[in-house]
Ligand binder design. Structure first.
Ligand SMILES: [Zn+2]
Length: 182
């Protein structure tokens, strides 16, 4: 599969034994910044989201900080629409900065959907400003869940997460890696 090969070549999709932010362990990890640091890969993958949604009437493209800002910008650039973002302020995600999405059609986008928390917070933030969500598009969906909206992912891989006490990779003695980095 072409997109999977791209994700492996860019070292986005990594196989091993990873400690996730949630504290759970996993055999796969998606390092989204290996996409976001590469404008041509980001442009290409965002183009697949654009192809999927271009038939819809879209006014704004909004993504959650941090990676979603870049995805929203590139998708909006290709659609020739407005780009904005939903940021965290005082523990709550909001669409601020004077982004005028009231009664406008909004496509919500993000890089990697893991738990869906950032997307759900962004949907709530858009609705709070009376924007109308017409779809949700992500580059990579590593969850196993169903989304209520018109939903699209350029690549899906349902990755199982393990409790540390019950992790088959731990039992095999494979060394644990904390991905990401500051
Ligand atoms: Zn483990």
């Amino acid at each position: 599969m072409e997109i999977e090969k791209l994700l492996i070549d860019l070292k986005v999709l990594k196989k091993g034994h990873f400690l996730l932010n949630s504290g759970l362990h996993s055999e796969y990890y998606f390092e989204k910044f290996r996409i976001l640091e590469n404008p041509s890969a980001t442009t290409k993958l965002c183009g697949i989201i654009v192809d999927h949604f271009k038939g819809l009437d879209i006014d704004w493209v909004i993504g959650p900080t941090t990676g979603g800002v870049i995805i929203a910008f590139e998708v909006a650039r290709q659609l020739n629409r407005y780009a904005g973002f939903a940021e965290e302020r005082a523990g709550k995600r909001i669409v601020g900065r004077g982004f005028d999405i009231k009664d406008r059609n909004v496509l919500v986008v993000d890089d990697v959907l893991t738990t869906g928390k950032s997307i759900q917070e962004t949907l709530n933030a858009v609705e709070l400003k009376h924007g109308k969500v017409v779809g949700v598009g992500v580059l990579v969906d590593r969850s196993n869940q169903k989304m209520g909206f018109e939903y699209f992912a350029t690549y899906r891989k349902a990755v199982e997460n393990f409790e540390p006490d019950n992790c088959p990779l731990c039992k095999q003695g494979i060394s644990l890696t904390k991905p990401g980095g500051v």
